[in-house]
Design a protein. Sequence first.
Length: 250
Amino acid sequence: MPERGWPHRMRDLVQLTGLPAPTLHFYAAAGLLPAAQKLGRTQALYPAATVERVRWIRALQQELGLPLRAIKAILDREGQVPVPQVRTRIALGELIARHGTAPVAAATPFQVSAADRATLARLGLIGRRSRRDGGKGSPDDARLLGLLATLQAAGFTPDNGLEVKQLAAFREAVRSLVRTELRHALGLVLKRMGPARTTDMLMQSLPALDELVAFFHHRMLLEEFQSWRALAAEARAPKHAAPARRAARP
């Protein structure tokens, strides 16, 4: 009988994901699925998170055309990054490539200094490391550290005007956006349906709301990036020589 923390057998995953067992076994062998609990040579139990992981893999394959080796690289480096974020990174990478600029090499969380880590912890942006997690922190902490390291490698450093403490302002801006998002999405509904039914509706619509915001962020980011590239190209263009002054009349 499946255990509480490991509720799925392979036949359950086949039913829940719609994929054949050989494909799921291949994903597991490639290190793409959460660790299973072995029951014997041919049987295992899988955690509940396995179903969402399989759907994430399929979305990256089918929607973004990523091969499994690229998906494995993302998973190893940053964890299960939301699909809209991966889509934005790909779009920006393609845009940068078309302009002839090499993208910054991916940085690792370990490039963030101890002082920056301490500042992030003090601001509540990451948790404090403990023996319980092996000193590594949570997956969300690792993702934030990886993003910060990549930004710093690109040049977003205190010398260029970006200090780690400024990330708190980004957090508050997003918090304000979320509150505005929920107020517009649920304000009228709350009056008509009441708190209980509105909460149920919110739980069902959260993935779509999250992707809706990511969609607009993705579009606006690309538009702004293109504008900045045009301004940079204009600034680099050689200035036309000023017309020669007419010779003074004798």
